[in-house]
Each structure stands twice: as C-alpha cells, then as structure tokens.
Design a protein around this ligand. Structure first.
Ligand code: UFG
Length: 320
C-alpha cells in the first residue's frame, strides 16, 4: 500500500518507515524537519510541510491525489510534556490543527485508513497497576490533552463519514532498531542516563518514596522496533475492517522502575557511574503500565524485546 507517514523523519517515524518498506509497502514521508532528519529516511520521498499550517490542507489533498495514497500513519506532533505545560497554546495549535487538516484532506480525497500516534499520557495518573483502554482518561498536561482530543476528533470522523482508524497509545518508547535511528533528543530517561554517563555526571532518580516496590517510578518500556511493528499490524487490520475506531495500548505489559532501568544500564554497559537521588518531578504518576490484552487479542501483536535489549540497542547505536 502507498502510505503517508507524517513525522516519518523522526525517531519513531523513521522506524515505522523502515518497517513499512520491509513489509512491502510504499511509504511517503511528510515532515517539517523541525526535529526530524531527512538522512533517517534515505530515498523515501519527502514532502516538507508543517501539517498545522494554513496551507497544509490543500497541499495534503494534492499529495494524496498525486501519490494515490491509500492510508496515513500520523505521528507528526509536538511531544515534550514539560514544554506543553509552558506553551499550551503552541501545543494546541500544532497537535490539533494537524489532525484537523489531515481529516479534512482525507475526507475530501476518500483516504479512509488512519493509524494515529496517541499516548499513555492520555490516562494521566491512573490508580491501577496496569491500565486498560476503557479506563477513564484524565490527562494531567496539555500534551496528553491534545492527544486525547485528537482521538475524539478521529472517533467523530469515523462516526460521520466512514473513516477507519486505530489510535495507538504508546507507553515509554526507547531503544534503536537500527544504529542510525537512535533517539538523539535526550528527553527521556534512557538517553538522558547515557548522556549523563558520557559527560561524567550523575544519573538522577526523580523521587525515591513513591508507593512502588523500590520507591522509584514505574513505567512500561517498549522497544521502538516492537512499536513500529504494531503500526504495520494496525494498518493491515484496518484494510481488513469495514468501519470503526479502535484504541490500543502499545506497551510490554511489564513495569520497570527507574532503579531497575539503571541496573539494566549497569548490567549492559559494565560501566561505573554515579546515581543521585533528587526530589520527585512535578506531574509524574507513580506507576504507568499497560494492560496489553486488547492489542494481543485484536492485532495478535506482542512486544518481543526485553528491557535489557532496549538498553543494549540504544547503547549499541550511540557507541558506533
Ligand atoms: N526519570 C528520572 N530521571 C531522569 C529522567 C526521568 O528519574 O533524569 C524518571 C521519570 O521521573 C519517570 C521515568 O524516569 O518516572 C521516565 O521518564 P521519561 O521522562 O523518560 O518519560 P515519562 O514517563 O515522563 O513520559 C514518557 C513520554 C511521554 C509519554 C509517556 C507515556 O515522554 O510522551 O512516556 O508513558 F506520554
């Protein structure tokens, strides 16, 4: 299938693009290259465009027609939780206008298959050990709010004009499927920890008296290659379905604490480094883990990589 991948030159998007090519599909990337890098997508055609801009809808319509696009995987978004708190208007403008432009263009051209990159940030701070898709979402920051609103916009279009969609709620994505596609953003725990080690600084643990087994926060870490595979499965599921919006968690189903991640880094690298306990970060939920029974049932998809493999793949990629 000919698939438009928005945000395809980013860390996750570029893994999705390679996954599509391996599965025999023909991706076309749309990216504004503000965080993406065209080197990540090699010879895949690139449409350079800010999807939230005023011109985006018309340019999308033209691109859908010219390329005979059959489906869209929409990842392009602003995704820094902290930045979303300080610049909420920017996050709404970017993450909502982009979905809006996309839906207008898909409706106009009759492109009916959509995989949407949503987030576990839609849940907020759930009070259950593992959260399923029916849990009442109460996001606690503008980033999570924009992702939940994106899901609502999509659900409404599914009801109104026959769009078919899968929203994938990503948990904590990490690792590298290819050496040249590692996460260079240094915005999440594993890249932050490796950067600290590289610079001879301490790895900071945000909070040590959380109500968890070892007092540090628990998250569900998912290898980016497993996540990319989930997109391909979701797309293939859509092509077989006639209607509907399906929301699916994408996680490993296993929680790991910050201290366990740090231990995995120690085990994998055999390096000596300092760990510092610092006060808890504002807005962090104690535990955020996926109930993955629905995605296993609906897509037959299951995470294959362990936390050790996630850490090792990141280490391998940045050590080249
Ligand atoms: N942490 C530390 N020290 C650090 C960095 C992070 O202890 O230097 C802790 C955090 O407190 C948290 C865990 O490591 O408990 C993971 O933190 P990240 O910043 O890597 O990720 P978050 O869980 O805050 O958020 C990530 C994505 C969001 C997504 C969410 C879904 O950044 O976009 O996962 O689970 F919504």
């Amino acid at each position: 299938m000919k698939i438009l991948v928005t945000g395809g030159a980013g860390y996750i998007g570029s893994h999705v693009v390679r996954g599509l090519v391996s599965a025999g599909h023909q991706p076309i990337v749309l990216d504004d290259l503000s965080h993406g890098n065209s080197a990540r997508i090699e010879n895949t055609p690139l449409l350079e465009l800010d999807l939230a801009s005023a011109e985006a809808k018309d340019r999308l319509v033209a691109a859908f027609k010219e390329n005979a696009i059959e489906g869209v995987i929409h990842l392009a978004a602003r995704k820094s939780v902290g930045e979303s708190v300080s610049k909420p208007e920017y996050y709404y403008q970017q993450n909502i206008n982009s979905v809006n432009n996309l839906l207008f263009a898909m409706k106009e051209t009759g492109v009916l298959n959509l995989v949407f990159s949503s987030s576990a940030a839609t849940y907020g701070s759930p009070d259950v050990p593992s959260v399923d898709e029916d849990y009442n979402c109460k996001p606690i920051n503008p980033y999570g709010e924009t992702k939940l609103i994106g899901e609502w916009m999509i659900a409404d279009s599914v009801r109104a004009w026959g769009l078919k969609a899968v929203s994938l709620r990503y948990f904590n994505v990490a690792g590298a499927g290819f050496k040249d596609l590692a996460d260079t953003a240094v915005a999440n725990l594993i890249p932050i920890a490796f950067t600290a080690i590289h610079e001879g600084k301490a790895i900071q643990v945000f909070g040590t008296d959380w109500p968890t087994q070892d007092g540090s926060c628990v998250r569900d870490y998912i290898h980016v290659s497993d996540l990319a595979d989930a997109h391909i499965s979701a797309l293939e599921h859509l092509t077989k379905s006639t209607s509907g919006h399906t929301v699916l968690n994408v996680g490993s189903g296993k929680g790991s604490s910050v201290l366990e991640v740090i231990q995995a880094i120690r085990d994998v690298t055999k390096l000596d480094f300092v760990v510092e306990h610092v006060p808890a970060r504002e807005g962090d939920p104690a535990t955020l883990c996926a109930d993955v029974s629905k995605i296993e049932r609906v897509l037959g998809w299951k995470a294959k990589h362990s936390l050790q493999e996630i850490v090792a793949s990141h280490w391998d990629a940045i050590s080249q």
